[in-house]
Ligand binder design. Structure first.
Ligand code: PMP
Length: 363
């Protein structure tokens, strides 16, 4: 069966091989007589699935030993509260606001600490990235929060800031929900990374948190025990029942990523896919992407037709050709193509072919 190409921003397309493997193992996982969904989270079978998933993730992302990998729930939005509850000590946290997601993080943190905007790209409608040298970092801030890929506005940091080099002792917190495992992470610059799974990792319901050990153990008294990173870490993410099936599926995706050659190989493919689409858009004289070239996301590409009245026809024609979920986020409008790890180059080529044909008819 040829499946359509799904450009959703998340929950998003998954590798067909992974879905097939999950289907094959659905009723009886490895002769256990159980579906993964039916296993005790503390049983030998599930513990082996969890341990393998962590081992593979550590290998894929080259996570240093002094970082804990936590399998949590609540998504990126819950992390917007869980991070300040664990890291702020009720003091200060600085936010670099580059789009809707970091804006939400900044506002939510206000409930738990003194949060401030260190830099913002709001003046240009979130189409650029403020240079780190211009950030107003407060010396007492416990952490600095960045969303390293803004899923809605399509801006992505291609390099993490060196906070020490900027004279700050704060921990860097990155929301990498929409580009985790699509490029390497320089852990020497990071204190904590979090990511909802539903874009590049697996199904919704699982949130990955990768946190440096020395940041654990300082949760505010108000922090729920199940969201205290130290409690979660001390219990191998089994303090509460974790999202077992989502962890299993993420583990299958990690194995798939290893078979593809790992994150470095995926990064090269992601560059090729994004270049194909941006180059076509820029040369088309019909479609527009308004993000500054240096800030353009490889994952989420918002683009506009010359006239919004063509949007419905564009989406209908795309659907007919098996190109799904291209409608832009309502706050930005237009279209958005999300090119996560599981989107093959052929899918992007099919999109470009369709866009060319549509432009020829309507240009
Ligand atoms: N951060 C980013 C970068 C996101 O893209 C999203 C979801 N699209 C979120 C946070 C929120 O995630 P969730 O809905 O899982 O809470």
């Amino acid at each position: 069966m040829k499946r359509p190409y799904n450009f959703s921003a998340g929950p998003a397309t998954l590798p067909p091989e992974v879905l097939q493997q999950a289907a094959d193992e659905m009723l009886d996982w490895h002769g256990s007589g159980m579906s993964v969904m039916e296993m005790s989270h503390r049983g030998r079978e599930f513990m082996s699935i969890r341990d393998q998933a962590e081992t593979d993730l550590r290998e894929l992302l080259a996570v240093p030993p002094q970082f804990k990998v936590l399998f949590m729930q609540g998504g990126g939005l819950a992390e917007n509260a869980i991070v300040p509850m664990n890291l702020s000590r009720g003091g200060q946290a600085d936010f670099v606001v580059t789009g809707s997601w970091s804006q939400k993080s900044y506002k939510e943190a206000k409930r738990y600490c003194d949060s401030a905007v260190a830099a913002s790209n709001e003046a240009d409608d979130h189409t650029s990235l403020p240079a780190p040298a211009s950030w107003q970092l407060r010396p007492q801030a416990a952490y600095v929060h960045l969303c390293t890929n803004e899923t809605i506005h399509g801006v992505e940091f291609s390099e993490l800031p060196d906070l020490k080099g900027l004279g700050s002792d704060a921990a860097l917190v990155i929301d990498c929900s929409s580009h985790i495992a699509t490029r390497s992470i320089d852990w020497s610059r990071v204190g904590l990374a979090f990511a909802g799974a539903q874009k590049n990792i697996g199904p919704a319901g699982l949130t990955l948190v990768i946190v440096r050990e020395d940041l654990l153990g300082h949760a505010l008294p108000v922090c729920p025990s199940a969201f205290d990173y130290k409690t979660v870490a001390d219990n191998q993410s089994m303090y509460n029942t974790p999202p077992t099936y989502a962890i299993y599926l993420a583990g299958l995706v990690f194995q798939w990523l290893k078979r593809q050659g790992g994150v470095a190989a995926m990064e090269q493919r992601n560059i090729a896919k994004a270049t194909l689409l941006y180059d076509y858009i820029d040369a088309s004289g019909f479609y527009r992407n308004t993000v500054a070239p240096a800030a353009r996301s490889r994952m989420n590409l918002p683009f506009f037709l010359p006239d919004d009245s063509h949007n419905e026809a564009f989406l209908a024609g795309a659907k007919e050709r098996g190109l799904l979920q291209l409608k832009g986020h309502k706050s930005v409008g237009g279209m958005r193509a999300s090119l996560y790890n599981a989107m093959p180059l052929e899918g992007v080529q099919a999109l470009v072919d369709y866009m060319r044909e549509f432009a020829a008819r309507h240009g």
